[in-house]
Design a protein around this ligand. Structure first.
Ligand SMILES: [Zn+2]
Length: 557
């Protein structure tokens, strides 16, 4: 043994004694660190739920090693607009594990969207912590919840200054309970009746905490979803008006604002994402902290319950019955015949149907998913109308006359109301993050589930990055990891860096893809091999583990 070898051996022994083995070493893979930079070749080591080291670590002592050759490792995905809140509080631990979400690589969900949250948030936090949840959760204050707490059932009007100041106290309380901000649903009850001034005052409360305002805007189209030309006065806000409102709220409050599930709905409104993008770009240039999130589909949640005949024409007050849950006694076909016998009413019915057809993407983009005449299934309204030699409006009437009599509209229809060019245009913006707008689903939950519940993140990787090149793979990952973390103010997640929480995804670029479709939505993604939440496997070699390793996150940490 040479004279120099002995001290080196001693040194190595000392180092080995110092170095505890890692809990997990992921080796041999390309690391997309979440910044949008090209992949580096590195190993990632985890200890005590955190990333302990990133670099050439092969051969380091580790309790367990995964060889991920040919795969990518990236930070866990952070869902900006999640309806997982109810499922995470479920008695059923299978549901709390959020299988449809973690199987996509989602490790953190930002919950209580569209203005609706449980109250108080401290109780929601305590429930999640007691029961255990699959992904991490960031909690939002629901604007609609606060509005109802103060205004009770008398909410169909602007709030008084006294009511607004009570709402401000509740918002402040929510922020003190470590909410990440406030969500609003301005196309929904009771947010519809709030004024911009009310929202600015409330958002001013979250600004000093670094909170974010995330909004389902007043309109996503030429007019809001509640609008019917035969009933309502013209002139309600368009999507572009709503974008301007969101920008104004950000500008006057100083808070971060997010136009959530950004889209431009309706065949007669397609292309307007370009105008919205320009408005946002100009606002950002003058210092407004405005962002968007988006799910990568050209069909919306509401599109899955497309009913072309207006509710008033069939005596159906409750739109909730649009899913066919009305008692068997309802006979919408007869009700529609009676309405159409009145010439004045018939003209209004046709006007409303024409409006709805446009809003759902036009006759060629409205597809029959269920109808007693099985030959209709899979065909568009346009194809059926052409085959009969009638107008699309007439065909919509005939679907009700000949279809399920107890189902509003007579058939299960889905509109594809969003133009793929608008999806691409919004996705291409550096300030657009990814979301699902999905709740937790189990395979037995029924056919009305949107494919985004299972497929959003793998779809963005496969269809938009790898196959079509709308954005780079690096950006697809960035917009799903460090960007949402930055917008929400989550400091210790969204990047692969020493000291960050060990929320990780290992995916195979050759096989990663969404398999959920609108015909068959309950299908897990492929190619997402490992999903790690706080150092624990939620998905291991492509199999769900049912782990409940998620934490309720605390703003500012
Ligand atoms: Zn929404």
């Amino acid at each position: 043994m040479s004279q120099t070898t002995v001290p080196i051996l001693l040194l190595m022994a000392a180092q080995a004694a110092l170095a505890q083995p890692y809990d997990l070493l992921i080796s041999g893979e390309r690391v997309l660190d979440g910044t949008g930079n090209p992949a580096i070749y590195a190993d990632v080591a985890i200890r005590d739920g955190r990333i302990a080291a990133v670099g050439r670590l092969r051969g380091s002592p580790a309790t367990r090693t995964i060889d991920a050759k040919g795969k990518y490792v990236c930070p866990g995905f952070i869902d900006m607009h999640s309806h997982a809140d109810e499922g995470l509080a479920s008695e059923d631990k299978r549901r709390r594990a959020a299988p449809n979400l973690v199987s996509q690589g989602i490790t953190t969900v930002c919950v209580n969207p569209d203005g609706a949250s449980p109250w108080p948030l401290s109780a929601q936090r305590a429930t999640y912590e007691k029961l255990g949840i699959g992904p991490n959760a960031a909690l939002m204050i629901g604007h609609g919840t606060v509005r109802r707490l103060v205004m009770k059932e008398d909410y169909k009007r602007p709030a008084t200054p006294g009511e607004i100041s009570k709402m401000r106290e509740l918002v402040r309380l929510g922020m003190q309970e470590k909410a990440f901000g406030m969500s609003a649903g301005l196309e929904y009850v009771p947010g519809i009746w709030s004024t911009t001034e009310e929202l600015i005052s409330l958002v001013r409360e979250i600004a000093p905490f670094g909170g974010v305002y995330s909004v389902h805007q007043r309109s996503e189209s030429t007019d809001p979803r509640w609008f019917q030309p035969s009933v309502d006065k013209p002139g309600p806000p368009t999507m572009l008006d709503a974008v301007e409102e969101t920008i104004r709220i950000g500008e006057e409050s100083g808070a971060t604002v997010v136009w959530s599930h950004a889209k431009a709905m309706g065949a007669n409104y397609w292309g307007s994402s370009k105008a919205a993008i320009r408005l946002i770009g100009r606002a950002r240039a003058r210092g407004v902290d405005v962002w968007t999130d988006q799910y990568p589909y050209n069909s919306t949640g509401g599109d899955g319950a497309t009913v072309l005949v207006p509710a008033w024409a069939i005596g159906d007050d409750a739109f909730s019955s649009a899913r066919g849950q009305q008692g068997a006694k309802a006979d919408y076909a007869s009700a529609l015949h009676r309405t159409m016998d009145d010439t004045a009413k018939a003209a209004n019915v046709r006007k409303d149907i024409a409006h709805e057809i446009a809003r759902r993407g036009g006759p060629e983009n409205i597809v029959v998913f269920d109808h007693p005449d099985r030959t209709f299934v899979g065909k568009s309204l346009d194809a059926l109308a052409t085959a009969r030699g009638v107008t699309p409006v007439q065909m919509a009437l005939e679907l009700q006359y000949e279809g399920y009599r107890d189902r509003p509209g007579g058939a299960r229809l889905r509109g594809f109301s969003v133009w793929e060019d608008d999806v691409d245009a919004i996705m291409s913006q550096p300030w657009n993050a990814t979301s699902t707008d999905a709740a937790i689903a189990l395979p037995e939950d029924g056919p009305d589930t949107h494919a985004r519940y299972y497929g959003s993140y793998p779809r963005k990787l496969r269809r938009y990055a790898l196959d079509r090149g709308v954005i780079s793979l690096e950006n697809a990952v960035r917009s799903s990891t460090s960007l949402p973390a930055q917008i929400l103010g989550i400091r210790d997640r969204g990047l692969i860096r020493e000291g960050q929480a060990a929320d990780l995804v290992v995916f195979d670029p050759a096989t990663v893809r969404d398999t959920a479709t609108f015909e068959n939505p309950h299908q897990y993604a492929e190619g997402i091999d490992f999903v790690i939440v706080n150092g624990k496997f939620a998905v291991e070699r492509g199999k769900l583990t049912g782990a409940l390793a998620g934490q309720v996150l605390t703003r500012g940490r």
